[in-house]
Write a protein that binds this ligand. Structure first.
Ligand code: T5A
Length: 212
């Protein structure tokens, strides 16, 4: 639980490419509106001007070394936390972030094979006690997710990676979720939009007492 304001919550949304996070985000926003919660919606990498510039480097550079990618993800995250997440939480607002530090465990730790240990070190250094209270993992086999986004136009640098890379990401997310069962709700994102919506609603109902 974040220590800044005892009532504010940080909710994060995770999953591999094309898992349907954008759809899930809309469902979460509707639930919070029904609960009469004051919240902001943001994303990583990005969420504020400098982090969005770093996002552009991350997604559209021709090549980046894995360690550079890790450092840039956390540089963007630091600006995001300091300029967006902390101020919102301090005002008692809930923060809904489309990806957060778990994505670095999955993509840089798992996908890029840098391992969880170095990501944990960066997590301790940059994120510290601004940890997610509740995380929705949109769990999907990468083949299905990538199929969904294949006609979307020009793929970004990360979307062009190998299938092995995406399998490592999926496995890393599952490992993190298994390590933190109280914080994570794992949603079968391969189901229809209607079924996925219902699963997310149920997850929030089940966690309601803990969150409010
Ligand atoms: N990254 C990020 C790291 O490597 N490390 C980090 O620490 C962080 C924070 C971000 C990239 O950066 C990486 C991860 C990413 O590669 P991004 O643009 O935010 O880039 O990429 P994604 O988060 O992957 O966003 P996508 O748009 O690719 O995926 P979404 O949001 O999960 O998918 P969405 O909702 O747009 O849906 C995709 C398509 O599927 C359909 C939708 O209509 C849409 O057409 N769809 C469904 N179809 C059938 N059944 C369902 N249930 C469906 N749900 C959605």
């Amino acid at each position: 639980m974040t220590s800044i304001n005892s009532k504010a919550r940080l909710i994060t949304l995770e999953g591999s490419e094309g898992a349907g996070k954008t759809t899930a985000l809309n469902v979460i926003c509707e639930i919070l509106q029904q609960w009469d919660i004051d919240f902001i919606r943001t994303r990583e990498p990005g969420g504020e001007p400098t982090s969005e510039k770093i996002r552009d480097i991350l997604l559209h550079s021709e090549h980046l070394h894995a360690k550079t990618e890790l450092l840039l993800m956390f540089a963007a995250r630091n600006e995001h936390i300091e300029n967006v997440v902390k101020p919102a939480l301090a005002q008692g607002k809930w923060v809904i972030s489309d990806r957060y530090v778990d994505a670095s465990y999955a993509y840089q730790g798992g996908g890029r094979k840098l391992g969880f240990e170095i990501v944990q070190w960066m997590d301790n250094f940059i994120v510290a006690d601004i940890q997610a209270d509740f995380t929705i993992l949109m769990d999907i086999e990468p083949e299905i997710g990538l199929e969904r986004i294949k006609n979307r136009g020009q793929a970004d640098r990360i979307e062009l990676e190998s299938m092995d890379f995406f399998h490592r990401i999926t496995n890393a997310y599952r490992e993190k979720a298994a390590e933190n069962p109280d914080r994570y709700a794992v949603i079968d994102a391969s189901k229809t939009i209607r079924q996925v919506t219902r699963s997310i609603q149920l997850a929030f109902i089940q966690h309601r007492d803990k969150l409010l």
